[in-house]
Design a protein around this ligand. Structure first.
Ligand code: GLP
Length: 255
């Protein structure tokens, strides 16, 4: 357990952090240009990721036209989670988020940017299919993660076990409150259910990057760093069992 995190990246600001992490992601994506198929990218949403995607897009758009075309041809990403009960083009959904922040600026084919189906009538069936689709592509290679104020990763709400596969989940009041800002501040408008990759798929990733920024995350980050062993009440703590987790923090989150 003492290995957590495998690397701690402290940065004075969110901007510095994003520059270094985007450069790391760019190097990872460069290896996609090689002959060997790489495992899918695991992507996260949320406000934490917005400056990171902006910085990554800037870097990638400086590639040559041929390199960008090759990247688009090989792109394969799977997002962690999606709300249930929103239309596919609802601007508050994570598909719209990914289109806006990554797929449209990079010209990625929509079919290569995978997310759970927000319109599914049966969330459990859709979750199982999504997990199977990811397995069929070899599982996650590099996983990006944000941290919920209640310690969730993806939408794995506390308490949660480490061996749960992709599933339908009922969101906690804390999570709906945290994300209400994207629904005009109206908690009731935040969907009650979602589909999320489970800790099982997340922990299968070869490399995990947990990004925690801002003063609002200082309390939950301290709880995580104080733990010596996983606690189901803090879902992110299962990362303590993974041998290759990088923790990226700014000064405000570490304060
Ligand atoms: C959200 C999402 C996660 C996200 C996390 C942090 O509820 N389900 O995928 O990483 O919580 O969100 P934010 O970056 O907005 O604080």
């Amino acid at each position: 357990m003492a290995r957590f995190p495998c690397r701690l990246q402290r940065h004075s600001s969110d901007t510095d952090l994003c520059a270094v992490l985007a450069a790391h992601l760019e190097r990872h994506l460069c290896s996609w240009q090689g002959p060997d198929p790489l495992k899918p990218l695991g992507l996260a949403t949320g406000r934490t990721m917005e400056p990171l995607y902006r910085t990554l897009v800037e870097r990638l758009l400086s590639w040559s036209a041929d390199e960008l075309e090759a990247l688009r041809a090989r792109w394969c990403s799977f997002n962690l989670d999606e709300y249930l009960g929103l239309s596919a083009d609802d601007p508050r959904g994570y598909r719209a988020y990914m289109t806006h922040h990554l797929a449209a600026p990079l010209g990625l084919p929509a079919s290569a940017v995978h997310l759970p189906d927000s319109t599914a009538a049966d969330g459990a069936v859709a979750a199982r299919r999504y997990g199977e689709q990811l397995s069929g592509c070899g599982g996650i290679g590099l996983q990006l993660l944000g941290l919920g104020s209640n310690g969730h990763v993806g939408f794995n709400e506390p308490p949660c076990p480490p061996d749960q596969h992709c599933h339908e989940v009922e969101l906690t009041p804390a999570t709906r409150q945290q994300n209400a800002v994207l629904f005009d501040g109206c908690v009731e408008a935040v969907p009650q259910r979602a589909i999320t990759l489970g800790l099982w798929e997340i922990l299968e990733a070869a490399e995990i990057h947990l990004v925690v920024t801002g003063a609002a995350k200082a309390g939950i980050l301290k709880r995580l760093l104080d733990l010596r062993e996983p606690d189901p009440a803090l879902p992110a703590s299962w990362l303590l069992t993974h041998p290759n987790v990088w923790l990226w923090c700014d000064a405000a989150a570490l304060a």
